[in-house]
Design a protein. Structure first.
Length: 133
């Protein structure tokens, strides 16, 4: 459903599995629920997506993709300072293949905020992480 961008249907299906007894299924449902709501045009859905992604982070279950999605969503909902923090956290926790995705989000933040200090932090974080792979 995510590949076909059936966001409303994905949200409905994910919601059904949020209380699944299987932990892996429950985590995947939370992730897909956040992803689906993040693509909604409704501000309340997008705020719920932020909450869902933040709960994945707080529960220690977030993958770098989740953190990147959260950062993009925060930026799109007018919270660039929080977006910056999540991008930098995601870079520190990511594999090499995720760096381009996270760098793109970071560059969007720089483009929208004009924050030169963050651009330097982003470059340093990418360079440091890229050097470890």
């Amino acid at each position: 459903l995510a590949q076909s961008q059936e966001w409303r249907l994905l949200a409905e299906q994910a919601r059904r599995h949020l209380e699944n007894p299987d932990a892996h299924t429950r985590v995947q449902a939370r992730r897909m629920f956040a992803l689906a709501l993040g693509h909604s045009a409704e501000a309340s859905d997008r705020n719920e997506a932020v909450f869902a992604y933040e709960s994945l982070v707080n529960d220690g279950l977030a993958e770098p993709q989740d953190r990147g999605n959260l950062a993009a969503l925060l930026l799109d909902t007018g919270r660039p300072e929080k977006a910056k923090a999540f991008v930098l956290q995601a870079i520190a926790a990511s594999s090499g293949e995720m760096l381009a995705f996270l760098k793109d989000i970071g560059q969007r933040i720089v483009g929208q905020t004009g924050d030169r200090a963050f651009r330097k932090q982003l470059g340093a974080a990418i360079a440091e992480r890229g050097g470890r792979d």
